[in-house]
Write a protein that binds this ligand. Structure first.
Ligand code: NAD
Ligand code: USQ
Length: 404
């Protein structure tokens, strides 16, 4: 079988370090990306905190350093079905990895146009890849980056299983047992596209036997990996702005530049986290453990630990002396939740989880300090709200008693 892998969305935060690590591991990597994430930066007049090189430079430098060639093809996966189809036929990849979606919940809630863009982009991207796999007749394994957010964030009083749930139903003929997809409970338009992706996978697996692994990933933190650290021109992106920056990286960067840590609402929200190095490790494991022919969609919870936002802020504050501020929550989400995940698949397949450690947190603060001159402080407060009656809070409060 060919060692070709197509990485859709391989220029992005998760896709770039994954592409480098897989190239180093001996796979022939082709990155497919329409560079839309870079265009969004331009439209928002905000850039990655780290100075990322353009894709041609990235690929040239990687070749210079390692001798390994990564190919790049600019295709809008949501709109250029034939180009995907032809590429699949040409490369007959062993695996395709699908990162190519609009991934920020706040960005997806910014306006009707942003909602439509996110739905059109994400659903068409996923569907075009699936449809092209079937039409081309190639035997490949599709790995998709989904989200632990598909399960919702209400306290359920149990460990959330890996995708499937066994339920008992009272019927006229007695009690029946069923295995169902865990009920979707999206908290944003972005998360809704991930729940819809899961239905595409269910269908294409059932109808056409497509072999699929759907990775329900938590919030990724960190920035560089061994490979992106090999040369400054390989550096990974670091989103810090209110729309794209995710909470832990934002807190670390805020501590580095002397901005108060921006806790939304009570900070009682608990979320799942994973370090960028483990994102890469998990994808390697998923590639090496594809579903068998005829097997249902494999769903893995790709997260290593859960944290409450207020406690995260306290950890970083105690490390750095950063002030914590409580902002009224721009999102429509529960004030407080407990969260626990079943994570057996990756642990059983050999993942040695990287958890929050002072050393790693300090490394990220160092990166943020190094590039703090590139930060535009006016971009830190989130401008997107979940409903038009929620007002953007620019000031925040030192009190912990904000009513959400
Ligand atoms: P990112 O925005 O940095 O990368 C996505 C890449 O896909 C970008 O390079 C973008 O240009 C490309 N892309 C988007 N639409 C495209 C299209 N129509 N055609 C071609 N390319 C397109 O995002 P990321 O943080 O790397 O996330 C990658 C995937 O992982 C996403 O699907 C996201 O939902 C998922 N995920 C991310 C996180 C996280 O914390 N970053 C957590 C859980 C899941
Ligand atoms: N939050 C703050 N302060 C901030 C930013 C966020 O308190 O400055 C809070 C939010 O209110 C939320 C939590 O932190 O309760 C997480 O927000 P986030 O922006 O870090 O993450 P989220 O919007 O959930 O999205 C991110 C990625 C997305 C991925 C998801 C995984 O952008 O692609 O799917 O994490 S999950 O959280 O499991 O849904």
């Amino acid at each position: 079988m060919s060692k070709n892998i197509i990485v859709f969305g391989g220029d992005g935060f998760c896709g770039w370090p994954t592409s480098l690590a897989l190239s180093k591991a001996g796979y022939n990597i082709t990155i497919v990306d329409n560079l839309s994430r870079r265009s969004i930066d331009q439209n928002m007049r905000c850039e990655s905190l780290t100075p990322i090189s353009d894709i041609d430079t990235r690929i040239r430098v990687w070749k210079e350093i390692t001798g390994n060639e990564i190919k790049f093809v600019n295709i809008d996966v949501a709109n250029r079905y034939s180009a995907i189809y032809n590429l699949l036929l040409e490369l007959k990849p062993e695996t395709v990895i699908h990162f190519a979606e609009q991934r920020a919940a706040p960005y997806s809630m910014k306006s009707p146009a942003h909602k439509m863009y996110t739905v059109n982009n994400n659903l068409n991207a996923t569907h075009n890849i699936l449809c092209a796999i079937v039409a081309s007749g190639i035997d490949t394994h599709m790995i998709h980056l989904g989200s632990t957010g598909v399960y919702g964030y209400n306290t359920v009083g149990m460990k959330i299983p890996e995708g499937y749930l066994n339920v008992k139903i009272d019927t006229d003929y007695g009690e029946k047992e069923l295995e169902i997809l865990y009920p979707p409970n999206p908290g944003s338009i972005y998360h809704m596209t991930k729940t819809q992706d899961a239905l595409f996978f269910l269908y294409y697996n059932k109808n056409d036997g497509v072999r699929i692994t759907d990775l329900h990933q938590g919030i990724v933190w960190g920035t560089n990996t061994i490979e992106t650290n090999m040369d400054v021109r390989l550096i990974n992106r670091f989103d810090y702005d209110g729309e794209y920056g995710t909470v832990l990286n934002r807190f670390l960067m805020q501590a580095a530049i002397g901005h108060p840590l921006t806790v939304y609402g009570s900070g009682g929200q608990t979320r799942a986290f994973i370090n960028i190095n483990d994102t890469v490790n998990c994808i390697k494991i998923a590639i090496e453990n594809p579903p068998k022919h005829g097997e249902r969609v494999k769903i893995f919870n790709q997260t290593t630990e859960c944290h409450n936002i207020k406690n995260l802020a306290k950890i970083i504050s105690s490390m750095t002396g950063a002030k914590i501020k409580y902002y009224s929550n721009p999102r429509n989400e529960t004030n407080r939740n407990d969260l626990e995940f079943c994570k057996d698949f990756f642990l059983n397949l050999g993942l040695n989880p990287i958890t929050l450690q002072k050393r790693l947190l300090e490394e990220i603060i160092e990166v943020a300090k190094k590039y703090k001159g590139r930060c535009d402080r006016s971009k830190i407060i989130c401008q997107s709200t979940w409903r038009s009656d929620i007002l953007v809070d620019f000031e925040g409060s030192d009190s912990e008693n904000i009513i959400n």
